[in-house]
Structure formats: C-alpha cells, structure tokens
Write a new protein. Structure first.
Length: 308
C-alpha cells in the first residue's frame, strides 16, 4: 500500500489512527492531542482520511485545517462499499482506520477543499435555523392536540421563544452575508430567479458553494436531483434520483413546487411533462433540475435572471 495516507476512525471521545509507518494507535480527541497530531501530519505531508460522522469529525478537521494539513472527509457508505469490495466484512474501529488509509491510497483521493470562514458560519447558522423551524413545527402540532390549560401555556411560551430565536438566527445570517460582499452578491442574484426566495438562496450559498463552478450535470448530482440509471440486462426501470445533499434537494423541491404554479415558463414546462405521462412528483423534480440549471448559469455568467 502507498505510504502517503493516514486513516482515522472518529468516535466521540477518541480517534483510532492507522499510520502507514507506525501502525495503529488510539488517541484522545481533546484539543491538545488533536493539535499535536495535526502538526505531525503537516510535517510529514500526509493526507488524513476519515468519515463524516455527524459532527464528531469537526474538531479533527479544524485542527488539521489550522496547520494547513490535508484531509479528505469521505462518505461512510462509500467507505463501507470499499471494505466489502476488498472482502472485509468485519467492522471495528481499528479495522476501519486501516481501510480508510488504504482507500485514500488506492483511490488516490483528493484533499477536501477547506471552506472559507464565512462559509462555515453560514452553514452552521442555516443548520440551526432549520433545527428551530422543525422544533416550531412539532410544537405547533402538539399545541393543536393539547387538552390541558397548563400544557397549552407551556407550549405557547415555547413557541414564543422559538419565534424569537428564529428571528435572531435570521438576523445573524443577514449580518454574516452582509459582511461578505461576494456571498451577498450571489444571494441577491439568486433571488432574481422565479421561485427563489431568501430561504432557498441562503441554503444554496451555505450548502452548495460549488454553484456556478460545475457543469449542469455535475451540479444536479451534487444537489441529489440528477436521474440515476439502474439498468441490468433486459431490465431498464425508470430513472430515479438519489445521493447528493438532502438539504439542498428539499429546498429545491419546495421552490420548484411553488415556481411551477406561479411562473408561466416553469408552469408550462411542468404541464408538458405531465401530458407526456410523467407523474406530478417526477415533473416537479424535473422543474427543480431546470431551476438549478438556470441558477448555475446565472452564477457562472454573473448575470441576473431575465424574465421571458
């Protein structure tokens, strides 16, 4: 195995490391230990490969980023498929670390681009807003079903608090965008397109920074709305979507649902598809893909949307 990659399996309180020279080790995931590990990686000019792990990988990524060390954050599903392709069915932290190092070396994985500070702030704030909105939705459902007065008052107090928190996080998002001129320009440009409001525009700026820098097929795949073929022999089922970034896909779907009702061009496009036999959901996904193609071209060319 080439000796330029280090595999790391990330847990809550520790990391399992597979070094191509020193072998396996378990390190605490406290800030000091992670900084020391990152400095060594930077000196050796190796690539650290680890799985996205629901936030537990962020301190490691930050430590590596702060010293300019390269790292590749991989999809856990892809890592598991790689292990199975090698015939490895067992799964332990130590085995996973070794396989991640081998995956990085054999597939010659590229380093994950380091997001700009404003990008990290926008992503965190947008995620927090989604969490608060989801909590508010749940509490409103509970309020409709509440029977007792005390229960209703508790829910009403919490809803008022959630309303305030959502207002505050939206103000923080606006401040972050206003402080970054390029991001603010992209946001304003996106909002000129049909069906694109501030929520979708902010989601795209925060979650899809590649917008405008990839071709239409690649950007659709990254958003999770590209048709995927699953043909085999004489079997050729209908194409379906999958993968990509669920947050972006959901936001685009809702925008397409609205735009295909109220924008004449997109409404006509949806109607044509449905007349040809597409289901309403298939037609809406096609509208979402068309909308994303338009937005991608707008950012690539630096132009606002021109109404037909």
């Amino acid at each position: 195995m080439p000796r330029n990659c280090i595999g790391v399996d990330v847990a809550k309180d520790w990391i399992d490391v597979f070094h191509p020279v020193d072998g396996a080790a378990r390190l605490a995931s406290d800030p000091g230990t992670l900084r020391a590990f990152a400095r060594r990686v930077a000196r050796e000019r190796r690539l650290v490969v680890f799985e996205a792990s629901g936030g537990y990988d962020r301190p490691l990524a930050e430590a590596l980023r702060n010293v300019g060390a390269g790292y590749c954050r991989v999809n856990p599903g892809q890592a598991r498929h790689f292990a199975r392709a090698l015939g490895v069915l067992g799964k332990t932290d130590r085995v996973d670390a070794r396989l991640l190092a081998e995956m990085g070396a054999r597939l010659e994985l590229a380093a994950t681009p380091s997001p700009a500070p404003v990008q990290r702030a926008l992503k965190a704030q947008a995620a927090r807003r989604r969490q608060l909105v989801e909590m508010r939705k749940q509490e409103r459902t509970r309020l409709r079903q509440a029977a007792g007065r005390a229960e209703r008052r508790s829910l009403e107090r919490h809803l008022r608090w959630l309303d305030g928190e959502i207002t505050r996080i939206e103000a923080a998002l606006d401040e972050t965008l206003a402080a970054d001129a390029p991001a603010a320009r992209v946001l304003a440009r996106l909002c000129t397109a049909p069906g694109v409001g501030r929520v979708l525009a902010t989601t795209l700026v925060a979650e899809l920074p590649e917008l405008g820098a990839r071709d239409r097929r690649r950007i659709a795949a990254m958003a999770g709305i590209a048709p995927v073929a699953r043909d085999s022999g004489k079997r050729s089922p209908a194409r379906s979507i999958g993968g990509g970034r669920p947050v972006v896909r959901s936001a685009l779907y809702l925008a397409a649902l609205s735009a295909s009702r109220f924008d004449p061009g997109l409404a006509s496009f949806r109607n044509r598809l449905e007349r040809r036999g597409r289901t309403p959901k298939q037609a809406i996904i096609a509208v979402a893909r068309k909308l994303l193609t338009i937005l991608n071209a707008m950012i690539r060319d630096g132009t606002d949307c021109r109404p037909a």
